[in-house]
Design a protein around this ligand. Structure first.
Ligand code: ZN
Length: 121
């Protein structure tokens, strides 16, 4: 299974996962330090090269140009070349509300995980 190690861009993980789910026949699973791509069907072929390309395209789209994306077996490593960690500014007061049941959370990551449960029923 292909994983994307993205400790250096932790704040962008939910966005990257969303982007990859649009581009690849896979369900991205967000973990503490990486994203694992779970193929949608057992026949779905996901190539490391495709993932590599999409991760780079995503970073370009987000105007992040101090990241290096490298491939190590079936692992993609995203690392920043500068000292700083990539930070995304989010509105402080922005509470997110689930459109299905009205659950409220300030954390987009938690909401992304939460919303997914509605699709299993
Ligand atoms: Zn809900």
């Amino acid at each position: 299974m292909i994983s994307i190690e993205c400790r250096d861009i932790n704040d962008l993980k939910p966005e990257l996962a969303g982007y990859l789910s649009e581009k690849l026949p896979a369900v991205p699973v967000i973990r503490t330090n990486d994203i694992v791509l779970d193929p949608l069907t057992k026949d779905a072929e996901i190539s490391v090269n495709d993932v590599h390309t999409y991760v780079k395209t995503f970073l370009e789209r987000e105007n992040i140009n101090d990241c290096v994306v490298s491939v190590d077996g079936d692992k993609i490593l995203v690392s920043t070349t500068s000292e700083r960690r990539v930070q995304v500014k989010r509105p402080d007061s922005g509470l997110l509300e689930c459109p299905h049941c009205g659950m409220v959370t300030p954390y987009k990551e938690e909401m992304d995980v939460h919303i997914r449960i509605h699709y299993f029923f």
